[in-house]
Design a protein around this ligand. Structure first.
Ligand code: 5GP
Length: 178
């Protein structure tokens, strides 16, 4: 069973739901005078986006983008668009939905990209934040949980495309990635 590969559960399904309710409330208040476009970064953000949206009580729209970040030889890293937006975001308030902010490289590039497409504002909601790993000066405006520097899986987060369907966030047993 998938769960047998999990060393420990860091955040339970119930804790995620409770936190999504709080974040949904906050976002609904902060964006009450606009119709934000929520842009989920595929694929990791899908379960989080689905849960969070249930608790957003204002009009909002839903879009997806897929990017892949690679560091290569550049110190800053770069981001490649694998799936672009279907619609214009010109003059719109954008809320990027992310699974985890780690080094921050992906978000920095995605924010730049969305502003270059004419967004009026770009803010970020991330299920998880690993501030110890940050390499660039960027933070999500809304954070579900701050976690220590451990590689986590579940609730959208994968290892080798597996474990995304776990209903909680956990740490993988060493034997599964060594
Ligand atoms: P960043 O550009 O902030 O370094 O990386 C963000 C991306 O790296 C996330 O969207 C996620 O796909 C991946 N990532 C970073 N930390 C983890 C982790 O602990 N577990 C998993 N599964 N993916 C991670």
């Amino acid at each position: 069973m998938l769960a047998d590969d999990v060393e420990k559960v860091l955040i339970t399904s119930e804790e995620i739901t409770a936190r999504c309710k709080e974040l949904g409330d906050e976002i609904s208040k902060d964006y009450h005078d606009t119709v934000p476009i929520m842009i989920g970064l595929l694929k990791g953000s899908v379960p989080f986006m689905a849960e969070l949206m249930k608790y957003i009580t204002i009009d909002c729209e839903m879009e997806f983008m897929a990017v892949s970040s690679y560091s290569g030889t550049e110190s800053m890293g770069d981001v490649r668009i694998l799936k672009d937006l279907d619609r214009s975001i010109k003059d719109r308030d954008v809320l990027v939905v992310e699974d985890i902010v780690d080094t921050g490289n992906t978000l920095l590039k995605v924010k730049e990209l969305l502003y270059s497409k004419g967004a009026r504002s770009v803010e970020v909601v991330s299920l998880l934040d690993k501030p110890d790993r940050r390499l660039v000066e960027i933070n999500a405006e809304y954070i579900g949980f701050t976690i220590p520097n451990e590689f986590v899986i579940g609730f959208g987060l994968d290892f080798d495309q597996k474990y995304r369907n776990l209903p909680y966030v956990g740490v993988l047993k060493e034997e599964c990635y060594k």
